[in-house]
Design a protein around this ligand. Structure first.
Ligand SMILES: Nc1ncnc2c1ncn2[C@@H]1O[C@H](COP(=O)(O)OP(=O)(O)OP(=O)(O)O)[C@@H](O)[C@H]1O
Ligand SMILES: O=c1ccn([C@@H]2O[C@H](COP(=O)(O)O)[C@@H](O)[C@H]2O)c(=O)[nH]1
Length: 377
C-alpha cells in the first residue's frame, strides 16, 4: 500500500544507528497512518503502523505540523533481536515483539487454560476426540463443541466483572506495569509503606470499592504460623518477632496458593515485596502468571507509624484480643530498621521504573482513601 499511495509527509534524518533514513508517512484512513523509514545505505525499510486511536491519544492529526512532530519523535529501538521504529510521543504504543520460531512454542507453552497450560488442555481435547471417534466434518464439529464447553476461560455468570477483563484483548502499552501482561494473568498492585502506615486499612477500602482481593503477606504468614500442618511455624514466628523478613519461598508459596484458590484475577498484595530477595522470588516464581500494574506507596512519618502501632496494640489488649507479637516498642524499632534498609530500596526501584504511586497516609483514613482511589479509577 505504501508503495502505491502518495506519502502525506516526506522527510529525512539520521536515527539511532547514525544511518541516514528517508521518513515517509502514508495516510491509511480509516485505520490510521503508516510510517516508513527507508535506510539509504542498504535499502532496508522499517514500517510502523499508527492507529486512529493512538493519533487521538497523542493529539496528532494529519496537518504538516503534526506529521513533522511525529517524524521528529521517531527513533530505532532493538527488542528481541529485532529493530523497530518507536515514537517518544505519549499515546503512541511501543513496539511489541511478536513471538516467532521457538518463541511461539514458549508463548503457547506458558499460556494458561485454567489450571492447565494450553498444550495440556488441547491434548486433553484430542484425547477425548479419539475416545468418541467421530468421522469427517463431525470430528471437527465435535472438537469445536468440546473446546467451547470445556474452555476454562469462558465467561462465568458468577464472575462477570473479573471475567470481562480477562476476555478483553489486553494492550501492554496502554497498561504499562511490571512484567508482561498476557490474557488470564493475575493482575497485582503491590502495597508498601512502613509498619503501621495504614496499608491494611487502605487495602480494605480499595478491595471494597474496586473489587480487588486483599492479600496481606503478613496475615498469611501469621496464619501459617498457627497452622499445625505448616512446617515453617517456628521459623516464621522467630522472624516476625525480630522484625526480619521471612525467606521468600515461604511467602510466595502462601501468596500464590491464596491467589489460585480465590478464583479471582485482581489482587492487592499488601506488605510485599519487602526486600530484594522478595522481588527476585516474585520475578522467578510469578512473572509468568502475574503482572504488577503498579506499586502503591503509603508514606508517613516514623512518629505517626509508631503511635498507630502502639494504639493498635493497646486497643487489642483492652478488648481482650490477641496483641500482635511485633506491636511493641522493641520490635517496632527493628521493623523500622528493616523497612528503611530493605524495603525503601524496593520502593525506590519502582519509582525509577515510573511505577510507584505515592500517597501521604498521615491524614485520617477517609481522606487518605480519597487520594488512593484516584489511582484505581
Ligand atoms: N489514616 C489513619 N489515621 C489514623 N489511624 C490510622 C490510619 N490508618 C490506619 N490507622 C490505624 O493505625 C493502625 C495501623 O493501621 P494498619 O493496620 O492499616 O497499618 P499497616 O500498615 O497495615 O500496619 P502493619 O504493617 O503493622 O501491618 C490501625 O490501628 C489503624 O486503625
Ligand atoms: O512479605 C512479608 C510480609 C511480612 N513479613 C513479616 O511479617 C511481619 C509483619 O508484617 P505486616 O505486613 O506488618 O503485617 C513483618 O515485620 C515481617 O517480619 C515478611 O517476612 N514478609
Amino acid at each position: 500500500m505504501a508503495g502505491r499511495k502518495q506519502a502525506i509527509y516526506n522527510g529525512a534524518r539520521s536515527l539511532a544507528d547514525n544511518e541516514h533514513y528517508i521518513i515517509q508517512i502514508f495516510d491509511v484512513a480509516p485505520c490510521g497512518v503508516l510510517v516508513k523509514a527507508y535506510r539509504q545505505s542498504n535499502s532496508i525499510e522499517i514500517y510502523m503502523p499508527i492507529t486512529e486511536g493512538e493519533l487521538d491519544k497523542a493529539t496528532l492529526n494529519r496537518s504538516e505540523k503534526s506529521l513533522s512532530k511525529l517524524a521528529d519523535s521517531l527513533d530505532l529501538v532493538e527488542k528481541g533481536g529485532q529493530t523497530f521504529l518507536e515514537s517518544s510521543i505519549p499515546g503512541i504504543s511501543k513496539p511489541k515483539v511478536v513471538p516467532s520460531g521457538d518463541g511461539v512454542r514458549q508463548f503457547i507453552g506458558r499460556t494458561k487454560a485454567g489450571d492447565e497450560t494450553l498444550p495440556e488442555f488441547l491434548t486433553k481435547a484430542l484425547a477425548e476426540l479419539c475416545k468418541e471417534k467421530p468421522s469427517g466434518i463431525e470430528a471437527v464439529r465435535w472438537l469445536g463443541n468440546w473446546l467451547l464447553e470445556n474452555n476454562p476461560n469462558q465467561p462465568r455468570v458468577e464472575e462477570p466483572s473479573d471475567e470481562q477483563v480477562v476476555e478483553e484483548p489486553v494492550d501492554d502499552n496502554d497498561f504499562g506495569g511490571y512484567g508482561t501482561l498476557l490474557p488470564n494473568m493475575f493482575q497485582v498492585v503491590f502495597v508498601l509503606g512502613g509498619p503501621g502506615a495504614g496499608k491494611g486499612t487502605q487495602c480494605a477500602k480499595i478491595s471494597e470499592a474496586f473489587s480487588y482481593v486483599h492479600l496481606s503477606a503478613g496475615d498469611l504468614l501469621r496464619a501459617a504460623r498457627q497452622d499445625p500442618n505448616s512446617t515453617h511455624g517456628e521459623l516464621i514466628n522467630s522472624f516476625i518477632k525480630e522484625g526480619k523478613i521471612v525467606p521468600v519461598d515461604i511467602t510466595i508459596g502462601l501468596l500464590k496458593a491464596a491467589m489460585e484458590q480465590s478464583g479471582k484475577r485482581h489482587f492487592l498484595v499488601d506488605g510485599f515485596p519487602r526486600n530484594l530477595d522478595n522481588l527476585d522470588g516474585w520475578n522467578k516464581h510469578m512473572s509468568d502468571c502475574a503482572h504488577v500494574n503498579f506499586l502503591l506507596f503509603l508514606a508517613t512519618t516514623e512518629e505517626v507509624m509508631q503511635d498507630r502501632i502502639l494504639a493498635r496494640g493497646a486497643l487489642a489488649a483492652k478488648a481482650g484480643a490477641i496483641v500482635r507479637a511485633d506491636d511493641n516498642v522493641e520490635t517496632i524499632k527493628k521493623r523500622f530498621h528493616t523497612y528503611l534498609e530493605s524495603t525503601m530500596p524496593i520502593i525506590n526501584h519502582f519509582k525509577s521504573l515510573g511505577l510507584c504511586r505515592e500517597v501521604d497516609s498521615s491524614p485520617p483514613p477517609d481522606d487518605v482513601f480519597a487520594e488512593v482511589a484516584k489511582h484505581f479509577v
